[in-house]
Design a binder for this molecule. Sequence first.
Ligand code: GLN
Length: 447
Amino acid sequence: ADSSAEEVTASYIETIGKSKINGFTTLSDEAINTAREIDSKGHEGPLAGVPIAIKENISTKGLSTTCSSKILQGYVPPYDAHVIEKLKEAGAVILGKTNMDEFAMGTSTESSYYGPTFNPWDMDRVPGGSSGGSAAVVAAGEVPVSLGSDTGGSVRCPAAYCGVVGIKPTYGCISRYGLISYANSLEQIGPLATNVADIANIMDVVAGYDNRDSTSINRENTYSDALKDDVKYMKIGVPEEYFGEGIDEKVEKAVWDSIAKFEDMGATYEKVSMPHTKYALASYYIIAMSEASSNLARFDGTRYGYRADGENWHVMASKTRAEGFGPEVKRRILLGTYALSAGYHDKYYLKALKVRTLVKQDFDKALANVDVLMGPTMPAPAFKIGEKIDDPLSLYLADVNTVPINLAGVPSISVPCGLSDGMPVGLQIIGKHFDENTIIRAAYSFE
Ligand code: GLN
């Protein structure tokens, strides 16, 4: 007989209780009750009784949402994000919140106020980031599906490092109402799961129009329609720039073996060139830090979260920010403020926007002749905890293959495609704007 939602939920909670990976930050004490209600209502809704974990930067009514930062300690949102409303309507059971890099600024989940999350494949290694908790808990079997957010790779990177599937949908596809902003012109919420079908089923629930996000696009789509084994005549473009300097040989091999598998299934491939890829990282970091410096101005101790003592408002706000933000967040606020300041604005911020247009044009051109682009999600597998912590630039470099996608706003999915020295490798499949169904079909046929 099928187990009840209550039994399923209880068994995941038991597994989480034994966890050693520090993936969850907060557990919901409502989960069992919600599951019981779903059982008594006879399992209504497409996700009835499905347990799900939510990244710490997505607002959940009554459940702590801190962006893994000291500055939001104690903050409990009075409302649900759009995606949470949708999940609840669909019958999903929210198990708890997951660890992340502070304010989603990172590639390793080491900058969290709650301490690092450990990669379940090797506890000495990072799970990737910034949605490291969301990927690790799925990989460890602590929850079947989760939500993360991806500003420059934060769903795809941890998916690749933890050997799970993760999608960054087209910009405008999923409402960000209730997502605490890091860099709004780049970010999207995206699901993570152990398989492509679960990703499509979550997308069917969370994607769609919402008038509370001005970038939300009104466009109907059924993602699960794409769950077909069929890549016959699919045209794949392989950007040579995605196999650049510093790429791990075994990652490279795993990706080419995967492309050969697509050929066996009836697809064809050609090499393509995306010449502005080498400028994408610089453009991304200027834009992301500039937007972050503006977005994070609201955290001053007045309205929510942590508040330091001070004899007047100015002292209180400045001490709150000095004590509440970690070093990476401060670095980005300072650099972003600098890039936006009078005299430097044209030289850095406007230049970065122009480069962004060139990167986007690379995608328009390449995707005009092929159905999808494929390459490694990350140039190398998960690194050791602490290995890059003192060298921010080496961390930023790991994002070389993921940030161009956010600059262009196109959709991209990472699927496990092999191992490098025992650690998972992710294949990145990139599509045209709003053509999630083609990348989902490719990923489904491949897995
Ligand atoms: N690693 C990138 C950064 O640090 C991407 C983060 C993200 O997608 N949120 O900005």
